[in-house]
Design a protein around this ligand. Structure first.
Ligand code: FPP
Length: 249
């Protein structure tokens, strides 16, 4: 199902049924910039403002976890200049917003192969994680050089190693055990997946964690995705009946 920003203006939210974990595929930065005859990188720059805006709003609403797809393992296929630009964004983002995020009790985390990014990018992200590690509000996770299939393969290898060393038996390998060994470890499962820009794909994002999530595809391009879009998505989510494989009540 796809929704157009202009069709709905106000959206009531039941504050007692706020999704615990919302994941975002932040799509449409390039098109947003192109519409303005600007380079694609300008769209990514503006896209970081949306992350800040939604993190603060989600935190206010009592969402426990928000995960954003900042760079996929497949994004290495892009032009080198664009990749280099995206790798510099954490520096700008945390320079501008880390203090505010700390003041709002937000915890920063990352999943993915951070080690494949420049040293400075790694230090900046790790420092933000460290500085916010004692916070107890929204957990804002950046999926950075992340790929869902890769995560499952890496987890499988890690568990095989434990089995090989005799640390665990085959019966220890349950869904819960596997889940705890994913990069998302103790994060709750995703309740709501939102993809901006009218694309209907998962693009290798959190395939395990999204197993029972509700999906919302919104036409809005990511730099324009605002609090109202988030409210609309939550309101639609609340209107759906989640059955987790059971039957209608
Ligand atoms: C998709 O839009 C967006 C990305 C691949 C990058 C998104 C990254 C950010 C918004 C910033 C990350 C920030 C931090 C702090 C790590 P697209 O380029 O595919 O857009 P298009 O489909 O219109 O071309």
């Amino acid at each position: 199902m796809i929704f157009n920003k202009r069709k709905q203006k106000e959206h009531s939210i039941d504050m007692t049924r706020i999704p615990t974990h919302i994941a975002f595929i932040m799509d449409g930065n390039g098109r947003w910039a192109k519409q303005r005859k600007m380079p694609r990188t300008y769209g990514h720059h503006e896209g970081t403002k949306t992350i800040r805006r939604l993190a603060l709003e989600a935190n206010q609403l009592g969402v426990k976890a928000m995960t954003v797809y900042a760079f996929s393992t497949e994004n290495f296929k892009r032009d080198t200049k664009e990749i280099e630009y995206i790798f510099k964004l954490p520096k700008e983002f945390f320079h501008l917003y880390l203090k505010e995020l700390i003041d709002n009790n937000v915890q920063i985390r990352y999943i993915g192969h951070l080690e494949m990014s420049p040293q400075e990018t790694q230090s900046i992200i790790k420092d933000a994680v460290f500085q916010t590690s004692k916070n107890t509000g929204l957990i804002l996770t950046f999926a950075f050089i992340y790929g869902g299939r890769d995560e499952i393969v890496e987890t499988t290898k890690c568990i095989c190693e434990k089995y090989k060393n005799g640390e665990i038996s085959l019966d220890d390998i349950t869904e819960d055990y596997f889940e705890k060994h994913l990069m998302t470890t103790d994060l709750p499962p995703v309740d709501l997946l939102i993809r901006s820009s009218g694309e209907y794909r998962l693009s290798n994002f959190l395939p395990w964690q999204l197993a029972y999530a509700e999906f919302i595809f919104d036409e809005t391009l990511w730099p324009d995705f605002d609090e109202e879009c988030l409210h609309r998505a939550i309101s639609i989510y609340q209107g759906r009946e989640r059955r987790f494989g059971g039957v209608l009540k």
